[in-house]
Ligand binder design. Structure first.
Ligand SMILES: [Zn+2]
Ligand SMILES: [Zn+2]
Length: 69
């Protein structure tokens, strides 16, 4: 693994981090979890699942989680 984030040490709330790999996440999951509300989990360009004009996090894309342990 590359880039080990140190918890509680200079963490910036402004920068969204990917829920999968912890990298920079410019995308948000567009999966609708409730009427008028989307998942909004931040995902990076690699971990997002692109479906047309929407982006989904791996969980809502129906894909198996990368963490298989
Ligand atoms: Zn990622
Ligand atoms: Zn999602």
């Amino acid at each position: 693994m590359d880039g080990q984030p140190s918890n509680g040490n200079g963490k910036r709330a402004e920068m969204p981090t990917c829920v999968v790999c912890g990298g920079f996440a410019p995308f948000l999951c567009d999966y609708e979890v409730a009427p008028g509300k989307t998942c909004d989990r931040p995902v990076c360009g690699r971990c997002r699942y692109n479906a047309g004009l929407k982006d989904y996090c791996p969980q809502h894309a129906g894909k198996p989680a990368l963490i298989t342990r």
